[in-house]
Ligand binder design. Structure first.
Ligand SMILES: Nc1ncnc2c1ncn2[C@@H]1O[C@H](COP(=O)(O)OP(=O)(O)OP(=O)(O)O)[C@@H](O)[C@H]1O
Ligand SMILES: [Mg+2]
Length: 374
């Protein structure tokens, strides 16, 4: 191993440690892999490749042979193939096939690992849309508000985003009609977000879109075919003393219901209506909430992300409380992103939430593609 490669392997190792792996560099002189990993009795060998071009399927095949032999020797159970330059299409497609077991592919960029297991290409070899459901098995905690403004944050950050109103109550459609325009800030162009109902959702997958689905709290009221599409699910909840245990129960139920239809969606719990300037009380409430959720967090491991309020939370705000007032006034729909005295908490909070999601998912890929095309 050269020094550079050694340093890279260490950085990958740190990213894996963040995912709960016990990791060490391969002992000197060992061939075929770079990092030795252990987690809950499982032994994994990881190889790290730093090529200027994407990794092709032949290299992955070779590594698979190595892993198969290591399995026969009972040295490792699985292998990770980490590339700093991504993978060519055939390697990714092969990775999805049923026979292709024991190997997982990941791309390592800017200190982050992006697992390629969620990658699905359409027939043209293009990545598909990403579905983000906003769901919790409780009414009135801000699903519609969060869905609309998260879509706003995506649009402000240069993504193509669509809102899909899955809730038969159709609050989103009532509030925003067919769509909403978001004026650009600081010289940037504005953008529009379309609102669709499931019936007139045709596959918009010609482009790579982010599709944010506003749901009904009654799980069975939502069309199953869309729940199954969720890649990610945002679960808004609140921090209040009387709600701590109850809300934790709601999150457990939410998880159970989603898993009935969708075994793979990754869940993100986010605190909504956080009262600003009450750090100490909010901290204690947050600790109590996490304690009530401990079992679920342990069980689901990486498929459940509890977003700490200091990483991202939606603060209680007058902007959001009165969001939708245009409906009363019968004026143009808008989001609660307008500045008052140069400030706007919702916009800051939702952009932060988006950043947190970008950090923990592969959605940024859609923005990258967008940039590559232009
Ligand atoms: N962060 C916030 N600050 C202030 N008010 C908020 C905030 N988030 C939501 N609200 C208000 O709470 C109310 C309920 O929000 P919303 O309708 O988005 O919830 P919901 O979960 O979609 O409800 P339902 O289950 O009926 O679909 C709305 O009046 C909204 O303006
Ligand atoms: Mg709603």
């Amino acid at each position: 191993m050269t020094q550079n490669h050694d340093e890279l392997a260490r950085r990958v190792m740190r990213a894996l440690q963040k995912e709960g792996w016990e990791a060490q560099l391969a002992p000197h002189g060992s061939k075929g892999y770079d990092i030795k990993l252990k987690r809950g009795g499982e032994r994994v060998a990881a190889i790290v490749k730093d090529y200027r071009v994407k990794v092709h399927s032949g290299l992955v095949d070779k590594y698979r042979d190595f892993i198969n032999e290591a399995r026969e020797r009972d040295e490792f159970d699985r292998g990770f193939f980490v590339s700093t330059s991504g993978f060519y299409e055939p390697a990714l497609v092969q990775n999805l096939s049923e026979e292709f077991t024991y190997i997982e592919l990941a791309t390592f960029k800017r200190g982050k690992l992006r697992w390629e297991d969620k990658y699905e290409a359409d027939e043209n070899g293009e990545p598909r849309n990403r579905f983000i459901g906003v769901f919790t098995a409780k009414g009135g905690v801000g699903k519609t508000t969060v869905a609309a403004h998260l879509a706003g944050a995506f649009a402000l950050s240069g993504y193509d985003v669509i809102l899909l109103d899955l809730d038969p109550q159709q609050n989103m459609t009532k509030l925003l009609g067919k769509g909403v325009y978001i004026p650009g800030t600081r010289g940037r162009a504005g953008s529009a977000i379309g609102v669709l109902k499931p019936d007139n959702y045709e596959d918009v997958s010609e482009k790579d879109n982010i599709i944010i689905c506003d749901c009904n709290p009654e799980f069975d009221e939502n069309p199953k075919s869309f729940i199954r599409k969720f890649d990610y699910c945002i679960v808004p909840t609140t921090l209040t003393p009387l709600g701590v245990n109850k809300n934790a129960d709601v999150i457990v139920r939410t998880m159970r219901e989603i898993r009935r239809e969708n075994p793979r969606a990754e869940l993100f719990v986010v605190i909504n209506s956080l009262y600003p300037g009450e750090d100490e009380r909010n901290h204690k409430l947050n600790e109590a909430m996490k304690a009530s959720l401990k079992e679920l967090i342990d069980d689901e491991h990486t498929r459940l992300n509890y977003i700490e309020p200091d990483e991202a939370a939606i603060r209680w705000s007058k902007h959001l409380l009165y969001w939708g007032y245009h409906f009363i006034e019968n004026t143009q729909p808008q989001l609660a992103f307008r500045e008052i005295a140069g400030r706007n908490n919702p916009r800051t909070d939702f952009l932060k939430l988006l950043e947190r999601l970008e950090h923990h998912t592969d959605i940024e890929r859609l923005k990258e593609l967008e940039r590559d095309e232009s």
